[in-house]
Design a protein around this ligand. Structure first.
Ligand SMILES: Nc1nc2c(ncn2[C@@H]2O[C@H](COP(=O)(O)OP(=O)(O)OP(=O)(O)O)[C@@H](O)[C@H]2O)c(=O)[nH]1
Length: 836
C-alpha cells in the first residue's frame, strides 16, 4: 500500500530543477494531466511553450530561469494555486492572464524588471501571498482589490506612495516595503509594520503636512572640523569649537534653512564610536565629509586612507545611495592658494579612482563568473546579485575648500548645501507626508526637553511621556503614541527598543546620552580607567584592591571586563555627568543580583559577549575543553557571576590555535569574499553573534573557535591576493568503519557552519552596499579553483540540504569531490525529499 502511494506521489510531483534546461523537454510536456506540482527552477528556460498541456497543475515553479516575457500560456492553467516566477527578466505581464487564475493563492514575482502591473491582477481574489520585491514598480494601486491578501512584499521598487485602501484589509499582517523612495507613508513609518501604517493612514484622514527634511550626517576624522561646520550652520556665523568641547559620541540637532528642515547628526571622529554608527546612519542621507586640508599630505597614502577613503568606504557600505559633500576645512592654515588647489585636486582624483576601482572589481567578478559557466544556475544567480550591487550609486561631489572661521565662507557653504538639496537629480524625494499629530508630538517632545520638563539624560518611561503629552493633547492614548514613537525612533530622534522585553518601557529621548554611557566601556584606555578607580569607588560596590587587580589582569589577559568593574566605572561616569538620582543610578547600573539597564543595552548593540567567569563547576566557562577532564584554570578570588568579553581587546590568536591545531586539507571549508572589503568591526560582531549560539568558544584577535560536543568550527578573517574574506572551517570526524560514511555523518558539521553563515548574512543586512561571494574552495593542494554557492541568499527559511543533487562535483582543474564535502547535502537515505 505504502509503495503504491509513494509512486502515486512521485507522479504528482516532478522536480526538474538544475537540469540546465533551455527548452521544456518532451518528458515534461508529456506528463499530461497526472502532474500537479512541477518544479523547473534554476534552469535556462527562455520560454515554456506547451506548458498549457499540463492542465491540472496546482503548483508551477519557474524561478531563476531566463524568461524575459511572461509565459501567456499560464493563463490556461486554471487550477494553479502557487506560481513562482522570481529571478527572471520579465519586463511586462499581459492583461488577461490573472483574471483566469481564480484559484491562485501564492504568487512570487520578485527580482524581475516589471515597471507596471496588469489591471486584472486585482481579480485574483484568492491571492494570499504576493512578492513583487526588486522590480521597478512605481504604482501598486491595483493591489487594493486583493481582499484575501495576508502577505505582501514590495521591497526595492520605485514606489513613492502606497494606497491607503490596501491597509483596510484586516488579513494583511505581513508587509515589507524597504528600499523605496516613499513619501506617503515615509519609509520610517512602513518599517514600524502594518499596524503603524494603518495608524498613519487613519491619522492622515484628519490632516496632513508636507515635511521637507534632510537627514544630514557629519563624518570625518577627529578634529577635522565637523562640529565647527555644524554649529556654524546652526548659528549662521562661525562658531569656534574649543578642543575641550569635542563631540562625545554623537550630537543631534535640527535647523530650518531655506524651507528645509535639516536634521544634523554630528558624529565624533574617534574610531571608538564607529560601532554606534549603524544605529543612526540611515538611507537617503546627505553626508558632509570634513577633511582637514592643512594636515592632509598628498604624498602620504596613509593620509588619504585615514581622512578620506575610510569614511567614503564606510558610507558606501552603509548608505550606498547617499550624496557626499566633501569639505576641505582649515584652508586658511594651508600654505597658500596653490597648496589648497593641489590638495583639492589630489583628493578629488583619488576619490574618483576609488569609485572606479570598486566598479572595476565588480566587473572583474562578473567576468570571472561569465568565464566560469560550468553550472549555469549558480552562475546566473550570482550574476543577478552582482548586478543588483552595481545598481547602488554613491554620489560624491567635488571637494569644496573652506575656512570655517570666515563668516562669508560659512554663508557660501549654506547656499551651496541648499542648492544641492534642491537638485532633484541628487535628492529625488525629500518631501514626506505626515499626519499633523506626528509633527505635533515631535515638537512637544522637543519643547519638553527645552523647558527642562524632563531630566537632562532624557531616559523616560513610556508612561511618563504619555502623561506629559496628555497634558497637552488631552485624549492621546497608548495606541496613538506607539506608532509615533516608532517613527521617531526610525528617524533617529529618539531611541526606543520596544522589541526587547527589558527595555520596552524605556524611551531614550536624548540618544546622545546613550552613546555617552557606552563611552564608559568602549575606549582604548580602559585599563587606565580601571587603574584610576579609587578606594571609595571600590567600596561602593563592596570590592577590594585585590579585585581591582584581577579586573585589570582579566582585561589585559582575556579581554574580559567583570560586571562588577562595569558597575563601578558606570557609577563613576554617571556622577561625572552630574546624575545623582539614586533610584535612576541603580536602575541603569544594576547590582549583584540584577543586571541593570546598561548591560542590556551593551547586549542589544552587540558591543561585547556576555560570558561566565571561571567557576570550578561551570563547564560553560570559556576554557572548558570538550572531552577532557574539567579543571579550572585558576580559582578566582572573585566569584561574582559574570563578565563581558570585548573581542576588540584581544591581541593574539594563541588560545584559538591551541585548541584548533593545524589546518588540514580535508577540513570542510567555506569562504565568504567581501567587496569592497570587510566592514570595520564586522568580524567582532560576527564573533559576538556566533558565540552566543555556542557557549563553548574561544576568541582570538581575528580567529574564533566554537564547539558542540566533539565538533569544532573555526572562522577567521583573511586576506588572499588582495581579496578580503572570512573563512569557516570544520574538522572532519572519522568514525569506525562499520558506520556508514554517507552524508549524514557530516550533518553536525554543516549545521554549525550554516549557523555561522546565517549570522554572517544577517549581519550584512546592515551594510546594504556590500557584495558577497560565497564558495567552497577545491581542497586539492595548489588548486585555486572554487565552487560557488548558488543559494546562500536563501540561507534563511530554506533547507539547503536538498539543493545539490549530484553526488560528485568536478573542479575546472579536474579534481573530483564528493558533493557533501562542498555543500550541505542530505545523504540519499536521509533526504527529506525522498521521505515526502
Ligand atoms: N583655522 C581654522 N580652524 C578650524 C577650522 N575648522 C575647524 N577649526 C578648529 O579645529 C578644531 C577642531 O574642530 P571641531 O569642529 O571640534 O572638529 P571635529 O571634527 O568636530 O572633532 P571631533 O569632535 O574630535 O570629532 C577646533 O578648535 C576648531 O575651531 C578652519 O577651517 N580653520
Amino acid at each position: 500500500m505504502m509503495a503504491q502511494s509513494n509512486d502515486f506521489q512521485r507522479l504528482e510531483k516532478r522536480d526538474f530543477s538544475r537540469k540546465k534546461l533551455k527548452n521544456l523537454p518532451k518528458e515534461v510536456l508529456t506528463l499530461g494531466t497526472d502532474v500537479l506540482y512541477l518544479i523547473l527552477k534554476n534552469n535556462r528556460l527562455k520560454h515554456v511553450r506547451g506548458i498549457s498541456a499540463l492542465r491540472n497543475l496546482k503548483e508551477l515553479n519557474l524561478s531563476a530561469n531566463e524568461l524575459l516575457e511572461f509565459p501567456q500560456e499560464i493563463a490556461q492553467l486554471k487550477n494553479l494555486e502557487k506560481l513562482y516566477l522570481s529571478q527572471n527578466g520579465i519586463t511586462q505581464i499581459p492583461e488577461g492572464v490573472f483574471s483566469q487564475l481564480e484559484k491562485l493563492q501564492f504568487l512570487k514575482l520578485s527580482t524581475n524588471r516589471l515597471k507596471e502591473l496588469p489591471s486584472d491582477l486585482g481579480n485574483c481574489k484568492s491571492l494570499q501571498y504576493l512578492n513583487l520585491s526588486n522590480n521597478y514598480l512605481k504604482d501598486v494601486k491595483v493591489l487594493e482589490a486583493l481582499c484575501s491578501l495576508e502577505e505582501l512584499y514590495v521591497k526595492s521598487n520605485k514606489l513613492t506612495e502606497l494606497p491607503a485602501a490596501l491597509f483596510l484589509n484586516p488579513d494583511l499582517t505581513k508587509f515589507k516595503a524597504d528600499g523605496n523612495p516613499l513619501r506617503k507613508p515615509p519609509e520610517e513609518v512602513c518599517a514600524g509594520g502594518v499596524k503603524s501604517i494603518q495608524h498613519y493612514f487613519n491619522m492622515l484622514g484628519s490632516s496632513e503636512q508636507c515635511v521637507r527634511r534632510v537627514k544630514t550626517m557629519f563624518l570625518g576624522s577627529s578634529m577635522a572640523g565637523k562640529s565647527t561646520i555644524c554649529y556654524s550652520l546652526r548659528k549662521g556665523s562661525p562658531v569656534l569649537v574649543d578642543i575641550a568641547d569635542r563631540t562625545v559620541g554623537i550630537e543631534i540637532s535640527e535647523k530650518q534653512l531655506g524651507g528645509f528642515s535639516f536634521l544634523f547628526w554630528d558624529f565624533a571622529g574617534q574610531e571608538e564610536y564607529y560601532f554606534t554608527h549603524h544605529v543612526f546612519i540611515t538611507p537617503q542621507a546627505l553626508v558632509i565629509l570634513a577633511i582637514n586640508l592643512a594636515s592632509y599630505d598628498v604624498l602620504d597614502p596613509q593620509s588619504f586612507r585615514d581622512s578620506v577613503s575610510f569614511w567614503i568606504k564606510n558610507v558606501q557600505l552603509r548608505v550606498p545611495d547617499a550624496v557626499v559633500l566633501v569639505v576641505g576645512t582649515h584652508s586658511d592654515e594651508c600654505r597658500d592658494e596653490v597648496d589648497v588647489q593641489e590638495k583639492k585636486e589630489d583628493i578629488d582624483r583619488k576619490i574618483r579612482g576609488m569609485l572606479e576601482e570598486r566598479k572595476a572589481n565588480l566587473e572583474r567578478w562578473k567576468k570571472n563568473l561569465e568565464e566560469d559557466q560550468k553550472d549555469t544556475a549558480e552562475f546566473s544567480n550570482q550574476l543577478r546579485y552582482l548586478r543588483q550591487c552595481t545598481e547602488h550609486k554613491l554620489q560624491v561631489l567635488d571637494l569644496l575648500p573652506m575656512d570655517c572661521t570666515n563668516p562669508e565662507e560659512i554663508e557660501k557653504f549654506k547656499e551651496y548645501i541648499l542648492q544641492q538639496v534642491q537638485n532633484s537629480d541628487l535628492f529625488p524625494n525629500i518631501e514626506k507626508i505626515l499626519p499633523q499629530l506626528y509633527q505635533e508630538v515631535e515638537s512637544s517632545i522637543k519643547a519638553l526637553k527645552e523647558d527642562k520638563d524632563i531630566p537632562e539624560h532624557g531616559v523616560m518611561l513610556f508612561e511618563e511621556i504619555l502623561n506629559e503629552l496628555n497634558e497637552k493633547f488631552g485624549e492621546l492614548d497608548q495606541e496613538d503614541l506607539q506608532p509615533i514613537l516608532r517613527y521617531l525612533h526610525r528617524i533617529g530622534i529618539i531611541v526606543w527598543y520596544e522589541e526587547i522585553a527589558d527595555l520596552k518601557e524605556t524611551v531614550f529621548v536624548e540618544p546622545s546620552f546613550l552613546i555617552k554611557l557606552f563611552k564608559t566601556v568602549v575606549r582604548h584606555d580602559l585599563k587606565n580607567q580601571l587603574q584610576s578607580i579609587s578606594k571609595k569607588e571600590l567600596m561602593e560596590e563592596k570590592s577590594l584592591k585585590v579585585h581591582q587587580d584581577k579586573w585589570i589582569n582579566d582585561l589585559v589577559g582575556k579581554a574580559t571586563l567583570h560586571n562588577t568593574a562595569i558597575r563601578v566605572l558606570l557609577r563613576k561616569s554617571l556622577k561625572e555627568l552630574e546624575i545623582d538620582d539614586e533610584d535612576f543610578l541603580n536602575e541603569i547600573v544594576g547590582n549583584r543580583s540584577s543586571d541593570g539597564m546598561f548591560l542590556g543595552l551593551l547586549r542589544q548593540f552587540e558591543i561585547c559577549l556576555p560570558t561566565q567567569l571561571n567557576s570550578p563547576l561551570n563547564p560553560q566557562a570559556p576554557d572548558f575543553v570538550p572531552n577532557t577532564k574539567w579543571e579550572p584554570s585558576n580559582t578566582s578570588v572573585y566569584n561574582a557571576n559574570g563578565a563581558c568579553l570585548f573581542p576588540s581587546h584581544r591581541m593574539d590568536n594563541d588560545v584559538v590555535l591551541r585548541y584548533w591545531g593545524e589546518d588540514m586539507n580535508d577540513n570542510i571549508q567555506v569562504q565568504v569574499y567581501f567587496l569592497p572589503e570587510i566592514p570595520h568591526g564586522f568580524f567582532h560582531r560576527l564573533i559576538i553573534k556566533s558565540c552566543s549560539l555556542y557557549p563553548v568558544h574561544w576568541v582570538g584577535k581575528d580567529h574564533c573557535l566554537v564547539s558542540t560536543g566533539p565538533t569544532l568550527v573555526l572562522f577567521r578573517e583573511k586576506c588572499l591576493k588582495d581579496d578580503q574574506l572570512i573563512e569557516i572551517r570544520c574538522k572532519r570526524q572519522y568514525r569506525s568503519a562499520n558506520v556508514s560514511t554517507a552524508g549524514g555523518e557530516l550533518r553536525p558539521s554543516w549545521d554549525m557552519i550554516l549557523a555561522i553563515l546565517r549570522k554572517l548574512v544577517e549581519l550584512t543586512q546592515q551594510w546594504p552596499g556590500l557584495c558577497l561571494y560565497v564558495c567552497s574552495p577545491c581542497t586539492v593542494v595548489d588548486c585555486d579553483d572554487h565552487f560557488a554557492w548558488p543559494d546562500w541568499k536563501e540561507l534563511n527559511g530554506h533547507d539547503l540540504y536538498n539543493i545539490q543533487k549530484d553526488d560528485k562535483m568536478l573542479c575546472s582543474n579536474g579534481h573530483t569531490h564528493r558533493t557533501e564535502l562542498l555543500f550541505p547535502k542530505a545523504s540519499r537515505t536521509h533526504s527529506k525529499a525522498d521521505d515526502k
